[in-house]
Design a protein around this ligand. Structure first.
Ligand SMILES: NC(=O)c1ccc[n+]([C@@H]2O[C@H](COP(=O)([O-])OP(=O)(O)OC[C@H]3O[C@@H](n4cnc5c(N)ncnc54)[C@H](O)[C@@H]3O)[C@@H](O)[C@H]2O)c1
Length: 382
């Protein structure tokens, strides 16, 4: 067994989720790597208190440098606001550590490219977080698309929907302010999730037409006043991709205000012969379309058929903590050179591609027309 010491920078919502996944690593059967969480850094000492209950954690600090000076740490997971991605990811890489980054991999396209450049120059192993493709239903959809037995693909739809922002009284946080979240707004927040599978399938758009909405312009500031809420809340990206010589519409939906949707991630690929549809709204259910004499959508309950085997019974349903752990399992497997053809985390290049698409969407919205991606060349100037 290969033991790897891990640090976390940013101990908030996602830092805790990662700690929870490391803490029950023994539920994975025969995983060749055992990550051990030994250090956590957060600016806020109150956040650090929670980590005192984890016996393997030996260092709690408010100083990033103190964590990075710890030579035994080989991998760092960084989950901080987007305006800090470039500087903190670079510090991690320069300290000689490998990096599991959080999306959107920099506050904008320039930052994402700079991080990719640093990672390449230093030859570090870097991946970006996106866990929903590790749902068993998402894996089955991916495999169906790889098998390419859809006939001619008619359309691709991928999206990620939230609804907690429907409440106008929800106080503002860093995710709703351009200076911390970035100009891409909801795209930076939810877009990597919608793009991981399409990009892995080679569906990089030729053209992007975007509709971006800022629905609530102000929110309570939590101190009795109001604060400007200047990020995009909802984004619809109507794109065109080339699939085996044919142009196919690919719609990407990312919404913070989607009535009733708590954390709904979905993918749908419709073909003339076959099709596939999966949504976390029904986490164990895969829908497959078949055109025979009669056309039918078949429903299959999948259960807990995880990518990396665990002790959980096959009839049970997977949830967010499970797929987050599966994603971490893929990260450590790939880092150890053992993933082979298995499904891996978002690569730095895919993260940069997603930012290219968001940047093009911003231009499209500004111009009110579609923008040609021309294989990233146009965006070199963005
Ligand atoms: N993969 C997912 O499903 C998912 C879900 C939510 C958020 N995210 C991403 O995770 C990242 C963090 O989001 P979150 O929801 O955990 O945010 P959060 O606000 O809950 O936590 C961020 C933490 O970073 C700390 N912090 C801020 N500046 C710091 C610094 N200089 N050094 C150390 N700590 C610092 C804050 O004190 C806070 O505790 C973002 O990139 C976000 O897009 C991913």
């Amino acid at each position: 067994m290969n033991r790897v010491k891990v640090g976390i920078i940013g101990g908030g919502l996602m830092g805790k989720e990662a700690a929870s996944a490391f803490g029950r690593w023994f539920t994975l059967e025969d995983h060749p790597v055992i990550p051990e969480l030994v250090a956590v850094c957060d600016l806020n000492p109150k956040v650090l208190e929670w980590y005192k209950k984890i016996p393997t954690v030996k260092l709690l600090t408010t100083e990033v440098e103190e964590l990075l000076d710890e030579e035994s740490i080989e991998v760092v997971y960084v989950a901080v606001p987007h305006h800090l991605h470039e500087s903190l990811y670079s510090k991690v890489l320069q300290a000689g550590k490998d990096l599991l980054a959080e999306k959107p991999f920099g506050i904008d396209l320039a930052a994402a490219r700079a991080i990719l450049h640093t990672a390449d120059q230093l030859g570090r192993f870097v991946r970006c977080s996106s866990e929903f493709p590790f749902m068993p239903g998402a894996q089955r959809a991916f495999k169906a698309a790889m098998a390419a037995d859809f006939g001619q693909i008619i359309q691709i739809r991928s999206g990620f929907l939230h609804s907690s922002d429907m409440d106008p009284d929800k106080p503002i946080n860093w995710k709703r302010q351009v200076k911390y979240c970035g100009e891409t707004g909801v795209m930076g927040d939810l877009g990597m999730h919608a793009l991981h599978l399409p990009l892995r399938l080679g569906f990089y758009p030729k053209k992007v037409f975007a509709q971006l909405q800022n629905i609530y312009h102000q929110r309570p500031d939590g101190k009795g006043g109001m604060a400007n809420c200047d990020t995009w809340d909802n984004a619809m990206l109507y794109t065109e991709v080339e699939v085996r010589g044919t142009s196919v519409p690919m719609n990407l939906e990312m919404k913070r205000l989607a009535p009733g949707e708590t954390n709904t991630w979905y993918i749908e690929i419709d073909g003339t012969d076959n099709g596939v549809r999966f949504s976390t709204k029904s986490p164990k259910t895969l829908w497959t379309f078949h055109r025979e004499k009669e056309q039918s959508w078949k429903r299959t309950d999948l259960g807990f058929n995880s990518v990396f085997p665990t002790i959980t019974g096959g009839i049970f349903e997977p949830g967010f903590p499970d797929i987050f752990q599966q994603m971490l399992a893929a990260f450590f497997m790939e880092r150890a050179g053992l993933l082979g053809e298995g499904f891996g985390c978002v690569t730095p290049l895919e993260a940069v591609m997603s930012q290219e698409i968001f940047a093009a969407a911003g231009i499209s919205h500004q111009l009110g027309k579609s923008v040609a991606m021309e294989n990233q060349k146009i965006n070199e100037k963005i």
